[in-house]
Design a protein around this ligand. Structure first.
Ligand code: FES
Ligand SMILES: [Fe+2]
Length: 346
């Protein structure tokens, strides 16, 4: 089982609105400091957040003429990480700034999300899982709500904690959600998708009051894809609601959760404050659970994954391990998930 961080994949870096035109923003991803900035044309660039001259984070600098200027001695770097100017040089001093480079990263932006590719040099990105798209909406759609929170745990625990179907009645005990008294037997069909799996479209559980608020007969599809993106798509007639959750490893003990919510249901916008509150409470409950879990994990206990409630967690590990190993061994990816029906009580 591979428990390291997956590379040669797209990670969610941050929501688009966090990088304004002409602004530089720092984020740590897989233990690497990365600076993101947006130029005057709206294009986002990403590079290592360390000046090659004396190591100060470039994110303390400013964006000048679509380039990032180091705050210490004013060296400038373009969107490819190439140094374009060293202000202290005299015309007769023959140091070519262009030979100095900061590591840059591929960036992809769509649907209000900035993705960054963390991978080996010259890796063929077409072989990687592609950033998933919320198909009912175009590339320009913006999330109606966003929550970015840090879970103080390794990405694996954050992923399996969020996809775990059995913790609901215990962790998310709220008037608007399930209680252990309303536990029912669940039976759901799952099918493999590219680098992931999905809970096949179905009518959501009858014991979720929150779903009833949507009105009509909603159907839900939940898809998980590598490295760690979960998309829940609820269709109510011609209307759509998406809950997008992506996890980004910050370091061994921290994981950033980016939760975005999209919808085109007009009356739901009236309930925006309630949906926002719901999101905060919900994520807070998960965070509380994984934070307490750390107290036990400190003793490095052996853990269990049981059927069928933990089968999705097993698939996560299997997909991740296979992705890592097929690249190491330079062979075809063999999908570890088969079409299955899973049953559990929650
Ligand atoms: S440290 Fe960046 S220009 Fe000197
Ligand atoms: Fe949860």
């Amino acid at each position: 089982m591979y428990t390291g961080f997956l590379k040669n994949v797209w990670y969610v870096a941050l929501p688009s609105h966090e990088v304004a035109v002409g602004k530089a923003v720092a984020r740590k991803i897989m233990k690497e400091p990365i600076v993101f900035y947006r130029d005057s044309k709206g294009k986002v660039a990403a590079m290592r957040d360390i000046c090659p001259h004396r190591g100060i984070p470039l994110s303390y600098g400013r964006v000048v003429n679509d380039q990032l200027e180091c705050p210490y001695h004013g060296w400038k770097f373009d969107c490819t990480g190439t140094c374009t100017e060293i202000p202290s040089l005299l015309p007769d001093q023959d140091l070519n700034p262009n030979k100095i480079k900061v590591r840059s990263y591929q960036v992809h932006e769509a649907q209000g999300i900035i993705w960054v590719f963390i991978g080996d040099k010259n890796f063929d990105m077409s072989k990687a899982p592609q950033p998933p798209v919320m198909k009912a909406f175009g590339a320009d759609v913006k999330p109606k709500l966003d929550f970015v929170v840090n879970f103080p745990c390794h990405v694996d625990h954050a992923v399996i904690g969020l996809m775990d179907p059995a913790h609901g009645p215990y962790v998310h005990k709220s008037w608007f959600w399930r209680s252990e008294k309303s536990m029912l037997e669940k039976k759901k069909k799952f099918a493999p998708v590219d680098f992931g799996f999905s809970m096949v479209r179905h009518q959501p559980s009858k014991n979720s009051k929150a779903y009833k608020l949507l009105g009509g007969v909603p159907t839900t599809e939940i898809t998980f894809t590598l490295p760690c993106v979960r998309i829940e798509h609820i269709e109510v007639g011609a209307r759509n609601f998406y809950s997008f959750t992506a996890l980004t490893p910050v370091d061994e003990m921290n994981t950033r959760i980016t939760q975005l919510v999209y919808w085109d249901i007009p009356w739901l916008s009236l309930l925006k404050p309630a949906v926002k509150k719901f999101g905060h409470v919900f994520l807070g409950q998960d965070m509380d659970a994984v934070t307490k879990q750390q107290e036990g994990l400190r003793y490095d206990p052996s853990l269990m994954l049981i059927k069928d409630a933990d089968t999705q967690a097993k698939w996560y590990y299997a997909l991740k391990t296979e992705y890592h190993e097929h690249l190491e061994q330079n062979r075809e990816f063999q999908h570890p998930v088969k079409e299955t029906e899973l049953r559990w009580r929650s």
